[in-house]
Design a protein around this ligand. Sequence first.
Ligand SMILES: [Zn+2]
Length: 190
Amino acid sequence: MSGMPSGRVHNLINTVAYGLIAAAAVWGVQGGAVVITSAQALSFSVAYAAGTFLLSPDLDLAEGRVDSKRRWGVLGLLWVPYGRAFSHRGLSHTWLLGPLTRLLYLGLIGLLVFGVLKFFWPALAWPGLPGPISFTLALPLMLGYYVSQWLHLIADGVRPDHGMKRSSQKFRKLRGGVRRLGYRPGGRRR
Ligand SMILES: [Zn+2]
């Protein structure tokens, strides 16, 4: 896409931003302003790297050549249906749901693979987590992932209300319809 930052530019921006975040975190910890355990720092960093290099919003272009798909190697093919399903800079590039679509898609693929394996090997059990993930680790995980995604969207010039216009239009239409039916929300105000 012309005018859009390329995958390399996105990677550079996210890497520089990571350095700044890490420096701020070290500064905050040393000054005693925040307490960050090494497990939390690792969770944030792993999720941030995964969001930057493997789960970029530009996977909505996965039918073509895109940096974040290339990093998956042969498995990059798995993202082609995602690229077909999502139009470029559509839902995939929204601030809250967009990042979630890629996690859900990944989960769906995991389920499919498990289903196929289970068919050939009925004794197979769903691999459990090594332990329950506590909120203190889940939070830096989600934060690392989402911050990496938001930096991409900011670089793309996508605003946080992107994708909401359509739903608010729908809501306005619905409200108009309700009013025509004779219902006035908020009493008898004219
Ligand atoms: Zn993008």
